[in-house]
Design a protein around this ligand. Structure first.
Ligand SMILES: O=C(O)CCC(=O)C(=O)O
Length: 275
């Protein structure tokens, strides 16, 4: 069992300054192996098709195979919910610490396979950013709307389609004049200010969603495999309306269940026996 990692003062400093952190050797090799084996079992379904309670839903035609709600796609994905390498970080940055709604929720979780030619267009940034992904720090506490963990399941170096970020752009007051348009699918490979984040399998990139980011073009053969878990405050909702199945919720530890269902449904019928 890995030790819980807690954010340090230096982490706070760089997260505030740059909007992201790299968590080296975040996931243990056995977990990476189990996740890769789970990826090997993904069926070759078309976009829109369901696999149990997970759905293939590629963000764009260029992103490649993206399985949403992947926490329903096998036990290894459940281990990521409260992984000791990042759970204290996300609680700290987007868990509404020291407030009456303290807690977390996973509002999206995606397993992504990128092949040669694929990319994810540049998007986000502080300029006119949605509250959902906003960076916040006030009165000694972080108040971010969404903090993402991108966990590498394969080594991601040059040509492998590394995620790119524009450090500091979570606080931008201006649009990036060369960032183009998500709808047009503009590639971010040459975007001034953007840097590639190279990861070894098991490393994780943590970033506030309000940071300008995207996935650069993969030019190498083979597959880039990552898992993306998006954390936000306890009162959040899933972006595309996915609901975690009762079967999944029932088998989770109470700590994990509380992250997928921080506020259990409250209906008249549920409380009859308590009256
Ligand atoms: O695929 C990537 O590297 C980036 C993913 C991304 O930009 C996103 O999910 O918002």
């Amino acid at each position: 069992m890995m030790e819980i990692r807690y954010p340090t003062e230096l982490d706070d400093f760089f997260f505030d300054l740059q909007g992201y952190l790299i968590l080296k050797e975040a996931a243990e090799p056995a977990l990476i192996d189990d996740l890769n084996r789970a990826f090997d079992q993904f069926p070759p379904i078309e976009p829109g098709a369901w696999w149990g309670n997970a759905q293939r839903r590629d963000y764009t035609v260029d992103t490649g195979y993206e399985l949403h709600n992947c926490v329903e796609a096998g036990e290894p994905f459940e281990r990521l919910i409260d992984h000791p390498s990042w759970i204290a970080y996300v609680r700290h940055f987007c868990g509404e610490e020291q407030s009456y709604v303290q807690g977390l929720f996973i509002d999206e979780c995606i397993a992504s396979i990128r092949k040669s030619g694929g990319h994810h267009p540049v998007h986000s940034g502080g300029y006119k950013g949605a509250m959902r992904g906003a960076f916040g720090y006030k009165h000694g506490v972080f108040r971010c709307g969404q903090v993402n963990i991108i966990l590498a399941l394969t080594d991601i170096g040059e040509g492998d389609g590394p995620t790119m970020v524009v450090p500091g752009s979570h606080k931008s007051n201006f649009p990036h004049p060369l960032a183009g348009d998500y709808g047009r699918g503009d590639r971010m490979d040459e975007l001034p200010g953007a840097i590639p984040v190279y990861l070894k399998a098991g490393d994780a990139l943590l970033f506030v969603d309000g940071l300008m980011h995207g996935g650069s073009s993969r030019t190498n053969p083979g597959e880039r495999r990552i898992v993306i878990y998006r954390y936000g405050p306890s009162w959040g909702a899933t972006r595309f309306g996915y609901e975690y199945s009762q079967t999944l919720l029932n088998r989770l530890t109470s700590e994990r269940r509380a992250i997928l269902q921080p506020i259990p449904p409250n209906r008249p019928d549920d409380s009859v026996e308590d009256v």
